[in-house]
Design a protein. Structure first.
Length: 450
């Protein structure tokens, strides 16, 4: 394989990649509103000579290169979060900006840049005849990830009927190759009260006061230790073999689970009445060894939840895609890790080493983020929660940009990352040695049993 030719081709496509990314950034594309960027992506795929480019019923863009029976996929979600408070931005988040080193704008790192690199990586594969005869390469620009991680791949796998041999996630990895991440779930806690006139609160039963006690215990669950004297043992206990004998080493790799209160709601007849209900949403990040059942149960077992008869449930997601399609699922996103020795992980490592060496590389402005092992894990979650976590389809991550840029004002991506990722993507199919008969999965939580 001529790695110099691959690198030269990727460098040569930088102007086109820059133009494509700036076009995507300029089109607002929050979850369920991705029609414009999906159609722009299909346009680019067709212009570059993809063998097939189509939009599925959920609204995902699917682009194919090659005609072999074995499928390798490159995934990137094309939806973004909103811009938040505009006063926090130093530039227009959709107009963005460009200089010699970087591109600014909402979605640059998270994660339209990954889609750009994947599309052009496939183009380089075609230019240089890098796709083996028995391989088809699939590039997906997927929808609704920011709303519901992995929902798109539930649809692609279950309804489109696609099962790749492995998937490369193009989410930002700070120059690293990522083989897993924690899972997450969205939990709701409801308590009831009795309203009365605010001038005589003793006649009622204030649901907000009940929830105040629960909130303190949720905070304790996240922050406490796990010694014998801790009434509420903290989540760090899963790093200890005493509490997590089968998976404590995996938990130490991923990091401890966390929980935080993300929303609060109440009902009350008026501002001069006692609240008769109160609810909270919890963002629960799950490490290896934790299950959706155990996470629900530990909230239900909090003393205040028991005292007040709180109802603890998992959210469901049923928001329509931009096409109008509704594909309902639980708001549960399973934890996963692949083995570092897995063939698909090693194909990425081999490509990176051949092109750029054994250490993370990047623009000088990003190197402070990259002082970590080349092969590591994400802090946040990705579509891998469905690809690997639910279905066991091998997944690995390598993408342009930085995790720290995700959802932040003044989001940027470095142009060098676009080039490097496109080059590495182009080299992978020819370096992949195929399945070796061993399960590539080190840990995955799996789907709910519903």
């Amino acid at each position: 394989m001529d790695f110099d030719a691959i690198n030269k081709a990727a460098q040569g496509y930088l102007p086109q990649m820059t133009r494509f990314l700036r076009d995507l950034i300029a089109i607002p594309s929050e979850s369920c509103e991705e029609e414009g960027v999906i159609k722009r992506t299909i346009e680019e795929m067709k212009k570059l000579g993809f063998d097939r480019a189509e939009i599925d019923p959920q609204g995902n863009a699917l682009g194919y290169m090659g005609h072999g029976p074995r499928l390798i996929a490159y995934d990137g979600h094309i939806d973004t979060v909103g811009v938040g408070n505009l006063s926090n931005w130093k530039f227009d988040p959709y107009k963005g900006y460009e200089n010699d080193d970087e591109i600014g704008g909402r979605g640059g790192s998270d994660q339209e840049g990954g889609i750009v690199s994947a599309v052009y990586g496939a183009k380089i594969m075609k230019d240089l005849s890098l796709i083996p005869d028995d391989i088809t390469v699939l590039v997906t620009a997927t929808v609704q990830e920011e709303d519901c991680d992995g929902l798109c791949w539930q649809y692609i796998h279950q309804k489109d009927g696609l099962t790749p041999e492995f998937v490369i996630s193009t989410e930002p990895t700070d120059g690293g190759i990522y083989r897993g991440h924690r899972g997450r779930m969205e939990i709701r806690v409801d308590v009831k009260g009795i309203s009365c006139h605010g001038s005589a609160p003793e006649r009622g039963d204030n649901a907000i006061y009940k929830m105040a006690d629960i909130l303190k215990e949720v905070k304790a669950l996240n922050e406490n230790g796990y010694e014998a004297g801790d009434a509420i043992k903290g989540l760090a206990k899963m790093l200890d073999p005493k509490f997590n004998p089968e998976h404590y080493e995996d938990a130490r790799f991923l990091g401890r689970g966390t929980v935080t209160t993300s929303q609060i709601f109440f009902t009350s007849p008026s501002r001069c009445a006692v609240a008769d209900s109160c609810s909270i949403s919890l963002d629960r990040r799950m490490t290896a060894g934790e299950t959706w059942e155990s996470c629900l149960q530990e909230i239900a077992d909090l003393p205040a939840c028991k005292q007040y008869g709180a109802e603890v449930t998992m959210y469901m997601y049923d928001r329509p895609a931009w096409t109008g399609l509704v594909y309902e699922t639980e708001c549960y996103f399973p934890t996963w890790i692949n083995k570092e020795t897995a063939p698909h992980v090693q194909a990425l490592v081999d490509a990176h080493k051949a092109l750029y060496g054994e250490k993370r590389v990047g623009n000088p402005g990003s190197l402070h983020l990259r002082n970590r092992p080349l092969t590591d894990k994400w802090t946040f979650s990705t579509n891998g929660v469905a690809i690997q976590g639910r279905y066991g389809i091998p997944c690995v991550g390598f993408g342009p940009g930085a995790e720290s840029q995700a959802h932040a004002p003044n989001e940027i991506i470095w142009k060098e990352d676009l080039v490097r990722c496109a080059a590495v993507y182009a080299a992978v199919p020819g370096l992949y040695k195929g399945k070796d008969g061993e399960d590539s999965c080190q840990f995955r939580a799996g789907a709910v049993n519903k």
